[in-house]
Write a protein that binds this ligand. Structure first.
Ligand code: C2O
Length: 588
C-alpha cells in the first residue's frame, strides 16, 4: 500500500477550451471551467481532471483510477471532502464515489428549437445529510396501478396530490415541473462530478441507474404525501411484468385528470398490451403476453449476478460514455422499451416518455419507475446480493425533500426499502417459470448444423443482419466453475444517443434462419437506447453491452462447443457500430 509520506503531487489550474474548435460546446459555461492538471511525482503519470485520454503517457482509465485509488488508500480516505469548490479541485479527490456538483449545474442539452429549460434545481446554501425516516411507523405499501384503480378514495388522493404539486410556485423545488427537471438535470449533463468539473454525471448506462431512481421516487412520494397530509401515501406501480398490468393503467388515461398526459402513443391505449420487445411496429398485441414473460425471465430472473443486473461500474473521474460503462439487463429491457413504447411517436423525440429529458413530465413515469424499483427488491428476494463496492455504496445524489431542504443521500442508505419506510404489495411473479425453450433441439442442430464459419472485421456498421463465430474461453465447464463465473457475451457498441436504437442478439441462429423471438432460447437479449435529444451535434456514445449466457448455452446443448454463432438483428435506429464481440468469464 502506498503510504502518504511517499506521495507527492503538484497541480496547476488553467482555463482552456474543453472542445476542439470544430466541436460546439453544449454548455458554454462548462466550456470555461478550469482544468487542473496534477502531476503525481511518484510515477510520472499526468493526471488531469478529465482523468483519461490525455497524452502522455497513453493513459488507460484503469491505470489512472488505480493510481487514484492507491493515493486514496494512502490518505486514509480523505476523498469527498467538502473543501471542494468550483475553482479548486481537491488534488486528493482520487477516490471514486460519484457526487453531483450543484454549484456547477448548467443548462442541459435540449432538442433543437425547444424552449430553453433550466433543469437545475433552485440553489441552496445548505445541504443536509440524509436521516432515515422514523422507523416505527407503518410501512407505506406501493400497490399495482390496476388494483388501486378500484379504490376511489386512493385515486382521489393521488390526483389531488399531483394537482397540488402542479399548482405550486414555479420556483418551489416540489413543483411538478421542477420534479420532472430533476430527471432532465441528471440525464442531460447539467451536473458535473464533484472534483471533476469537466466530467458529466449521467445516471443511466451504469450501476447507478437503480439507486438514483430509487432515491428520486423516495422524495417525490414523500412530497406527494406531505401535500395531502397523508404520510402513508404510496405511489402505485405499473405492473407491466404481469398479464393483468400490461396495459397503460386506467388511472392515467382519464382526460382532464392531473394524472393524464397527452403525449403518449395513440396506438398503445388500452386494451393494447405492452410489448416488451417493441420494434416500432404494431401488430395485434393479444399475443404479447408469452414474449413479455419470457423477457422478464431472461432479464430479471436469469440475471443472477449483480454486475449484469445493475450495469457496469461508473466511478468519479470516469467519462460516462465509454466502453467501460454499460447498462444492466433491466435498464435496457424492459425499462428502455417501456419508455419508447409509451412515448408519442408523432413528436420529434417521441416525447414525453420516449425521450429521457421529457420522460418525467408524464406522471406515468413514476409508476413505471416504481415497478423498476420493485424489480430490484424482487431480485434481492431471490437471495441475490447487491454490489459490494464502496465506490458504489458511497456515491451520492442531491434531492430536495418535502420540507424544501436540500438533502445529500448515499447509495448505501437506499438498499433496504423498509428502512426507507416503504414496501411493495406482493403480486404473483408469473415469469419466474417462463424460461424460453430452444427453437431447435440439439438433435435438429446435429442433423442440420449451422453453416456460419466467418469472422467479422471490426468495427462495422450494423445495417443488416449479420452472423459471426465467436470463440469461447472455456468449454465443458464444471458446475462449480459455472456457479463461480458467468460466461458473458460482451459486445462493444458505438451509437448516437440522440437516436432511439434497438438490435437483438441471437445465439446459434443463422442470418437466413427463421428468426428466434423472445420465446425462443436462442434469443439472448436486445440492446435498446431511448432517444436522448435532437440536436445537430452528434452524441457518439460507446458502451459495453453484456449478456450472461451460461444457462442459455446449456439449454441450447452447446456446453461442449468451442464456439457459438452470434447473430445481430438490427430492428430500428441508424448509426450503430459494432466494435467488438467476444465471450469472457469476467464481465458479469
Ligand atoms: Cu431515468 Cu426511466 O429513466
Amino acid at each position: 500500500m502506498a503510504s502518504i509520506s511517499h506521495l507527492f503531487f503538484s497541480c496547476t489550474t488553467t482555463t482552456s477550451p474543453l472542445f476542439p474548435p470544430s466541436r460546439k460546446p453544449t454548455n458554454p459555461k462548462r466550456h470555461q471551467l478550469p482544468k487542473v492538471t496534477c502531476k503525481n511525482n511518484n510515477n510520472n503519470n499526468h493526471l488531469n481532471s478529465k482523468g483519461e485520454k490525455q497524452p502522455p503517457p497513453s493513459p488507460n482509465n484503469n491505470n489512472i483510477l488505480g493510481n487514484r485509488r492507491d493515493v486514496l488508500i494512502g490518505l486514509g480516505g480523505l476523498y469527498g471532502s467538502s473543501t471542494l469548490t468550483n475553482n479548486i479541485i481537491n488534488p486528493f479527490a482520487f477516490a471514486a464515489p460519484l457526487a453531483p456538483d450543484l454549484k456547477t449545474c448548467g443548462p442541459p442539452t435540449l432538442p433543437a428549437g425547444a424552449k430553453p429549460t433550466k433543469c437545475c434545481p433552485p440553489p441552496s446554501t445548505t445541504i443536509k445529510d440524509f436521516v432515515f425516516p422514523q422507523q416505527n411507523l407503518p410501512l407505506k405499501i406501493r400497490k399495482p396501478a390496476q388494483l388501486v384503480a378500484k379504490d376511489s378514495e386512493y385515486v382521489a388522493k393521488y390526483k389531488e396530490a399531483i394537482r397540488l404539486m402542479k399548482s405550486l410556485p414555479e420556483d418551489d423545488p416540489r413543483n411538478f415541473t421542477q420534479q420532472a427537471n430533476v430527471h432532465c438535470a441528471y440525464c442531460h449533463n447539467s451536473y458535473h462530478q464533484v472534483g471533476f468539473p469537466n466530467l458529466d454525471l449521467q445516471v443511466h448506462f451504469s450501476w447507478i441507474f437503480f439507486p438514483f431512481h430509487r432515491w428520486y421516487l423516495y422524495f417525490y412520494e414523500r412530497m406527494l404525501g406531505s401535500l395531502i397530509n397523508d404520510p402513508s401515501f404510496a405511489l402505485p406501480y405499473w405492473n407491466w411484468d404481469s398479464p393483468d398490468g400490461m396495459e397503460i393503467p386506467a388511472i392515467f388515461t382519464e382526460r382532464n385528470s392531473p394524472l393524464y398526459n397527452e403525449l403518449r402513443n395513440a396506438n398503445h391505449q388500452p386494451p393494447t398490451l405492452m410489448d416488451l420487445n417493441w420494434n416500432k411496429k404494431d401488430v395485434d398485441s393479444s399475443g404479447n403476453v408469452d414474449a413479455n414473460l419470457a423477457i422478464m425471465y431472461r432479464q430479471v430472473y436469469e440475471a443472477k449476478r449483480a454486475r449484469c443486473f445493475f450495469g457496469k461500474p461508473f466511478r468519479a473521474g470516469q467519462e460516462p460514455y465509454t466502453v467501460k460503462v454499460g447498462s444492466g439487463t433491466l435498464e435496457l429491457v424492459p425499462h428502455n422499451v417501456v419508455h419508447s413504447w409509451t412515448g408519442d411517436i408523432t413528436q420529434p423525440n417521441t416525447e414525453n416518455m420516449g425521450a429521457l429529458y421529457s420522460a418525467a413530465r408524464d406522471p406515468i413515469f413514476y409508476s413505471h419507475h416504481a415497478n423498476v424499483d420493485r424489480m430490484w427488491s424482487i431480485w434481492n428476494s431471490f437471495n441475490r446480493k447487491d454490489i459490494d463496492d464502496s465506490d458504489w455504496l458511497d456515491s451520492s445524489f442531491l434531492f430536495y425533500d418535502e420540507n424544501k431542504d436540500l438533502v445529500r443521500v448515499k447509495i448505501r442508505d437506499c438498499l433496504d426499502t423498509k428502512k426507507l419506510g416503504y414496501d411493495f404489495l406482493e403480486q404473483p411473479l408469473p415469469w419466474i417459470n417462463t424460461k424460453p425453450k430452444p427453437r431447435r433441439t440439439k438433435i435438429e442442430r446435429v442433423v442440420k448444423p449451422l453453416t456460419v464459419t466467418k469472422n467479422l472485421d471490426f468495427p462495422f456498421k450494423l445495417e443488416k443482419i449479420v452472423s459471426t463465430v465467436v470463440n469461447r474461453p472455456a468449454k465443458s465447464r464444471s458446475k462449480e466453475d459455472k456457479e463461480e463465473k458467468e460466461e458473458t457475451l460482451v459486445i462493444e457498441v458505438e451509437f448516437d444517443r440522440r437516436r432511439g436504437v434497438k438490435f437483438d442478439v441471437l445465439i446459434n441462429e443463422e442470418e437466413d434462419a427463421k428468426f428466434a423471438t423472445p420465446v425462443n432460447r436462442e434469443f439472448a437479449g436486445s440492446f435498446v437506447n431511448v432517444s436522448h435529444v435532437q440536436t445537430s451535434m452528434s452524441m457518439i456514445t460507446d458502451t459495453n453491452f453484456s449478456i450472461g449466457i451460461t444457462e442459455l448455452l446449456e439449454d441450447l446443448g452447446a456446453n461442449d462447443d468451442d464456439s457459438v454463432v452470434v447473430t445481430l438483428v438490427p430492428q430500428y435506429g441508424e448509426g450503430v457500430v459494432i466494435k467488438d464481440i467476444k465471450i469472457d468469464l469476467e464481465t458479469c
